[in-house]
Design a protein around this ligand. Structure first.
Ligand SMILES: [Zn+2]
Length: 305
């Protein structure tokens, strides 16, 4: 899952990247693009980020802190990155991101989602999370647990959640007339039959997805919170991370938060909305792929990789 390990561009590496980015622009562009697995994305122009990178850190318009590209505390771009010059991504579902309080804000890619799809994304800091009770038939949590399902199976499994909710609701004396009619049915058959009466097709539509933004160990603490129990868990198809702060000792299939969000929507678009994917959500990786390229170039130039 989402995972952050060290801070992006401290002053020293910032200077290094800045120099290397200049190199990239002059001569290495073609070579570097070949190594970049994010190269086929349809992204808005990076010009605004390139300019900001050249001029160095800038002020957050809200809190006044000095930051590169955006303020990770206020979720807004800095003064040298005008909001109108960064892309807006429209998502087909709302997202809640639950952030572990120990997670260092500056290391998290969750803020990218808020910056690029601000209308559809809300970030919460654990343990302050919304009340999901009564909505578990229309919400899913992206987490690869023992009972998690693939995106293509979401609708089927949400339906089961509705049946469960309906059955729980009906566990009272009002169910008695039905019980008398159904003497030859087994108890299980009867219960299922009653529950099906209560299913409406709009109940089984996914309306919100929850992502957890924390290191792997912290994620387990959040996932066991009683408020998140009984919620459908979704696992993504296997993909390799491009995150430069990938956690040591973890498989390269542990995605950063923004990668998980991006890949979720690519699958959702094709497998649930049944539409062909034409790069609609690629700009979710607008900052991520720019930073990835900066870091990769810096590493290449310093001979580390
Ligand atoms: Zn700020």
């Amino acid at each position: 899952m989402s995972l952050n390990t060290s801070s992006f561009l401290n002053q020293e590496s910032h200077q290094k990247s800045k120099r290397n980015f200049e190199c990239l622009k002059n001569s290495q562009q073609t070579t570097l693009l070949q190594d970049n697995p994010l190269q086929n994305l349809q992204l808005a122009s990076w010009e605004v980020l390139e300019k900001a990178q050249k001029s160095g850190r800038s002020k957050c318009p809200r809190c006044g802190s000095s930051r590169m590209f955006y303020c990770y505390s206020c979720y807004v771009p800095v003064e040298t990155v005008p909001t109108k010059e960064i892309p807006v991504v429209k998502l087909p579902l709302k997202i809640d991101i639950i952030k572990h309080p120990n997670e260092t804000d500056g290391k998290s890619t969750a803020v990218h989602a808020k910056l690029l799809a601000s209308e559809d994304v809300t970030i919460y800091t654990y343990p302050c999370i919304p009340e999901y009770e009564g909505k578990k038939h229309e919400i899913a949590l992206v987490f690869p647990g023992p009972n998690s399902v693939l995106v293509k199976d979401i609708t089927l499994h949400l339906q089961k959640n509705v049946e469960k909710v309906s059955c729980d609701d009906n566990d009272d004396s009002s169910a008695e007339p039905l019980l008398k009619k159904a003497k030859i049915e087994t108890k299980e058959d009867r219960k299922l039959g009653e529950c099906k009466l209560n299913i409406r097709s709009e109940d089984t539509v996914l309306k919100k997805v929850i992502f957890i933004d924390s290191t792997w160990n912290q994620t387990n603490k959040i996932i066991t919170d009683e408020r998140l129990q009984g919620m459908l868990q979704i696992e993504l198809k296997t993909r390799k991370t491009c995150f430069w702060r990938h956690q040591k000792g973890k498989p390269d299939t542990y995605l950063s938060t923004i990668e998980a969000i991006y890949y979720f929507f690519v699958d959702y678009h094709q497998e649930i909305l049944k539409e062909s994917y034409k790069g609609q959500y690629d700009n979710l990786l607008f900052f991520f792929s720019f930073m990835y390229t900066l870091i990769k170039n810096a590493k290449n130039s310093s001979g580390k990789e």
